[in-house]
Design a protein around this ligand. Structure first.
Ligand code: PMP
Length: 430
């Protein structure tokens, strides 16, 4: 154990000190040498870091972007789950197709049609353990260590963790209020390719980006794909929130008009239930086989029972009506958050106004680091995610993410009210 570790441990509470000592002792174990280089890059996400804290009674968690499941018809779902086992148990509990059940792949094409992808074929859908695993498979199939992946700044922490685990060089492209700026993307690609870098794909969350809530404007969408096509870079489109637009029709995904250049990833996590871990990738025909084989090598097959439950839900329930319910509910929560920010936040802050999804992105004045503010916020009874989690940079961030999805409006208001003095104090100390 190093002196620093001992010093660190000495400043902690007794139980935490014991943990720290044990951790240090473990890291000295001879098996340490056996880890792959990749393993050192695998980190716990910032959202997971605060997951347990967020569960503390009395605390308002504006941290995790969990969907609000309380409005699901749980008793009816329990009966459906029971009848799947009773009537089709030998199929439901058996291994299934590596690509996913035929029924669910066909239904997924209908879900994608609801957001504007009209030509998807079930044979090009690969069902995965959430879209998280669809990202992992794409990175595994396309990226060697040192290859470049482009992402929006900021972007989803889980995707960053995946890319870093595969030792990929993550490069960011700035957004404005209308999403990724095409000229900046083009310039970034040119600079990286001139420097001899191998750029494999652009990972983008065009609708209601996690964490910023920003949406890529319709008039920019084709331009972004065209820029990537010209540079021979794939687009990895991650769209778990697309159907959760507060007003009007969902925006057409990048994949809709670009079947050969876009791998589209979708998920039932935000429109049904994340615990089932069912997501998918719609893969261009010419890439499908490699992608599917990589998926199969990880899980053999996606969980059969869970797929059958999702199929029953899409077949026998009013899933579109449920999405309508969610849209109204999240719109109301977002409104509560925006109004509370307006009421309580000190001058000098700005925040995004999302058109859908789960998140608001708050910017503090330059020079404020939101990471150390997290502990103070927890003491004040509220949790958020510091902005640094959502960029590959190691620099501190003056941003923070607030999630409105899982908390009722009055608790959202209370959470923002508790956060305000913490931020005011940080600004005053500049
Ligand atoms: N992509 C984005 C942008 C997300 O926000 C999340 C979950 N928060 C995921 C992917 C992972 O979703 P899933 O549960 O489908 O793995």
């Amino acid at each position: 154990m190093t002196n620093e570790t001992l010093d660190d441990a000495a400043g902690l509470l007794p139980a935490e000190a014991i943990d720290a000592i044990e951790r240090a002792a473990t890291s000295a174990h001879r098996h340490e040498n056996l880890f792959s280089e990749r393993a050192a890059n695998i980190k716990q996400s910032a959202v997971r870091d605060v997951f347990d804290i967020s569960m503390r009674p009395g605390l308002v968690s504006l941290a995790g972007g969990s969907p609000y499941l309380q409005s699901l018809p749980l008793e009816r779902l329990a009966a459906t789950a029971g009848s799947i086992i009773a009537e089709n148990g030998l199929t439901a509990l058996q291994y299934g197709s590596g690509q996913g059940t035929e029924e669910l792949r066909a239904q997924i094409c209908e879900v994608m049609a609801a957001e504007g992808i009209l030509d998807a074929l079930p044979q090009n859908v690969v069902i995965t353990a959430g879209s998280q695993s669809a990202q992992d498979i794409a990175t595994k199939v396309f990226c060697n260590p040192g290859d470049v992946v482009l992402v929006e700044n900021p972007t989803y922490v889980g995707a960053l963790n995946t890319f870093e685990a595969y030792q990929v060089q993550v490069e960011t492209v700035e957004m404005d209020g209308s999403g990724m700026v095409p000229d900046l993307l083009e310039a970034r690609i040119a600079a990286l390719q001139t420097a001899g870098k191998n750029i494999k794909f652009l990972y983008t969350i065009p609708s209601f980006n996690n964490p910023s809530g920003i949406t890529l404007a319709p008039e920019r969408r084709q331009e972004i794909v065209d820029i990537c096509r010209r540079a021979n870079i794939l687009v990895l489109e991650d769209n778990p929130y697309g159907l959760l637009r507060f007003d009007g029709e969902p925006l057409e995904p990048l994949r809709a008009a670009n079947p050969s250049d876009v791998i589209y990833m979708g998920s039932f996590s935000k429109i049904f239930a994340p615990g089932l871990r069912i997501g998918w990738a719609l893969v261009p025909e010419h890439l499908q086989r490699r992608y599917y084989l990589a998926a199969e090598s990880v899980t053999l097959c996606p969980p059969t029972f869970n797929q059958m439950l999702v199929s029953a839900y899409l077949r026998d329930y009013d899933w579109k009506g449920q999405i309508e319910t969610y849209r109204g509910l999240y719109a109301q929560r977002c409104q509560a958050m925006l109004a509370a920010l307006e009421e309580y936040m000190p001058p000098g802050l700005s925040w995004t106004t999302p058109e859908g999804g789960f998140f608001v992105w708050v910017t503090l004045p330059e020079g404020v680091d939101t990471y150390p503010l997290l502990k103070k916020a927890i003491d004040a009874g509220v949790v958020f995610i510091p902005g640094a989690a959502f960029t590959p940079s190691v620099e501190s961030s003056n941003k923070l993410r607030l999630a409105f999805s899982a908390v009722p409006p009055d608790a959202i208001v209370e959470g923002v009210r508790r956060l305000a003095p913490v931020l005011r104090e940080a600004i005053a100390a500049l």
